[in-house]
Design a protein around this ligand. Sequence first.
Ligand code: AMP
Length: 145
Amino acid sequence: MTDYRHILLAVDFSPENRTVIEKALELARKDEALITLMHVVEYTSAMYAGDVPLPEDLALDQRLAEQAKEKLQQLAEERAIGGMERRVEIGVPKREIVRVAEEIGADLICIGSHGRHGLQLLLGSTANGVLHLAKCDVLAVRVGK
Ligand code: AMP
């Protein structure tokens, strides 16, 4: 099997993500791959304001993005992945994850089979969307029951 060179690790900050992070770190150590750690702030503006986002919605998204940057930094420090690149995007998680994977030339996307939304589903909606849209390999790490 070919070694992976660049892993995009997408986290939604749910407790389930710990397993996903461990798996990505294990793979990265084995393959000497880079990791980019990523979070998507779900885009709220368009849902509430139609085509033209209200300025206060955009400001809220920006504030959430700032908080997410701090959380990613904490996570990276806790897991000793401080040197890794970190990305925070605003939008629809599955689309942003796939877009960033292409932009950075990731050859593996690492996500949980479930996160905050998917515990009732066979495969969470983001996981399902990424599996369908991604042009590179996707590892959906089994989490939960
Ligand atoms: P879901 O399909 O929404 O249950 O989530 C499955 C997995 O997709 C999670 O375990 C994360 O790895 C990833 N994911 C979901 N939402 C986000 C998000 N907003 N930002 C980054 N990754 C996410």
